[in-house]
Design a protein around this ligand. Structure first.
Ligand code: IDP
Ligand code: MG
Length: 139
């Protein structure tokens, strides 16, 4: 059974390019409800903890430097089948391979600067949501 919760970040490049509004609009239009949200700036150390599953990979240093290079928008999103439906809305990791009309196709600059994060499983959606939000910050 698939859960009703996923976690997203609007990455520094999309914030810098003034795409917070259009991306949130697409998220709402696709039927997701915003359960929690914050505008924040990760430290390098926090980015390394958040992405620790990728530790040791060739892109880990670039990824964590980039994700701590500027402010991000973090949010918990609710919808039936949230994880899979959100992955479909954002498109492939590499925007060159992302389908037309997806968030990454529209707003990403490159594979490393690909506009948004989306959880890859119900389990990780919970871990990632708990990384950013206390119970009192969820509505
Ligand atoms: P995902 O964000 O689509 O789930 P992951 O494989 O979990 O993709 O990778 C996390 C992030 O790391 C990606 O969104 C992307 O920004 C970056 N990344 C992944 N693979 C590469 C790569 O081969 N080169 C550069 N950056 C990468
Ligand atoms: Mg991932």
């Amino acid at each position: 059974m698939s859960g009703i919760q996923t976690f997203t970040m609007i990455k520094p490049v999309a914030v810098k390019n003034n795409y917070i509004g259009p991306i949130l609009h697409m998220i709402n239009e696709a039927g997701f409800r915003i359960k929690a949200m914050k505008f924040t700036h990760l430290t390098k150390q926090q980015a390394m903890v958040f992405y620790s599953v990728h530790e040791g990979k060739s892109f880990f240093e670039d990824l964590t430097s980039f994700m701590s290079s500027g402010p991000i928008v973090a949010a918990i999103l609710e919808k039936d089948n949230a994880v899979a439906d959100f992955r479909q809305l954002i498109g492939a990791t590499d925007p060159a391979k992302a389908e037309q009309g997806t968030i990454r196709k529209l707003y990403a600059e490159s594979m490393s600067h690909n506009a948004v994060h989306g959880s890859d499983s119900d389990e990780n959606a919970i871990i990632e949501s708990d990384f950013f939000f206390s119970k009192m910050e969820r509505y």
